[in-house]
Design a protein. Structure first.
Length: 299
């Protein structure tokens, strides 16, 4: 006897969702990247998230300049540069200008899994710090690095040749005053001495360009985020670096030479000819030829 069969529809799994995405998970053991949900689910531009994920998937030392990213993505320079600026403002990306033992200045780019993951984001005055090391995944000993991508990497200065750090006394006093007064507008903008020394040259350039201290303060404190994901010095450095300086004021025109006063018209008492003189009298011809004046008077 055949087994009884039913033509009723199979009952759906009670745990499966009725709408939305259904993940099909595959356990990866190589060629994968660990990404935080705060970055993957970041609101805003999809280009920004895509650029961040791509940079996280690259090995340390891979160039991540705008030209290199444009060669990989179909977006142009405007969207790519905007994405990099958003990542830098959010604290995921950091550019540090560091001096080599030869005296040459190089730029190193750091990319963080989580903004503010390092205790000290500022460059060490005794030499550039080591970039964050990628954490090994428990599933494999050789995953794709996902903690930092560094370009234009430069060797650290030799221990016997430490770089001389600048002090607050060497900075522009007016620029330091502008930076220290920011806390009066926003109490979160508290800077350390080293941060003030690092930001002072940029403020000095703004002051030299004719921007008033009140205008610099308004620019640095306007539309700040509700929560800082990194030190406030990073946001201030980004605004000072990315905002173009105003055009220098035009040079004042040389003073015009003093023009002689224009004398009023007078009527000659002898020939009734009009001439310029400070007061009534005779014209030049009548003064030079008194005989002619007498003839005209007699006639």
């Amino acid at each position: 006897m055949a087994d009884p069969q039913s033509n009723a529809r199979l009952r759906a799994d009670a745990g499966a969702p009725t709408s939305g995405v259904i993940h099909v998970r595959t356990r990866l053991t190589a060629d994968f990247t660990v990404i935080s949900n705060s970055l993957a689910q970041r609101r805003g531009s999809a280009v920004t998230v895509g650029v961040a994920v791509y940079i996280l998937s690259l090995p340390t030392g891979t160039p991540v300049s705008i030209a290199a990213l444009c060669a990989h993505f179909t977006e142009g320079e405007i969207l790519i540069s905007r994405a990099l600026r958003e990542l830098e403002a959010a604290g995921y990306l950091e550019r540090r200008r560091e001096r080599l033992p030869s005296g040459q200045i190089r730029t190193r780019t750091y990319f963080y899994d989580v903004p503010g993951s390092t205790p000290q984001p500022d460059p060490d005055p005794d030499g550039p710090p080591e970039p964050p090391r990628p954490q090994k995944s428990p599933a494999t000993e050789h995953p794709t690095p996902s903690s930092a991508a560094v370009t234009e990497e430069a060797p650290a200065p030799a221990p016997d040749e430490p770089e001389k750090s600048a002090s607050l006394a060497d900075a522009d006093p007016q620029a330091v005053a502008v930076l220290t007064s920011l806390r009066c507008v926003d109490p979160r903008l508290v800077l350390s001495e080293r941060e003030a020394v690092r930001l002072a040259p940029a403020v000095t350039e703004w002051l030299a360009a004719g921007v008033a201290p009140s205008q610099i303060t308004a620019h640095l404190t306007a539309r700040l985020p509700d929560h800082f994901l990194t030190r406030p010095a990073g946001i201030l450095a980004f605004r000072l670096r990315e905002t173009p300086l105003p055009a220098p004021p035009p040079a004042p025109l040389p003073p015009a030479p003093d023009r002689p006063a224009v004398l009023p018209f007078q009527t000659c008492d002898g020939c009734e000819r009009a001439f310029r003189a400070p007061q009534p009298g005779h014209c030049r011809d009548c003064r030079n030829h008194p005989a002619r004046e007498r003839l005209r008077a007699a006639g």
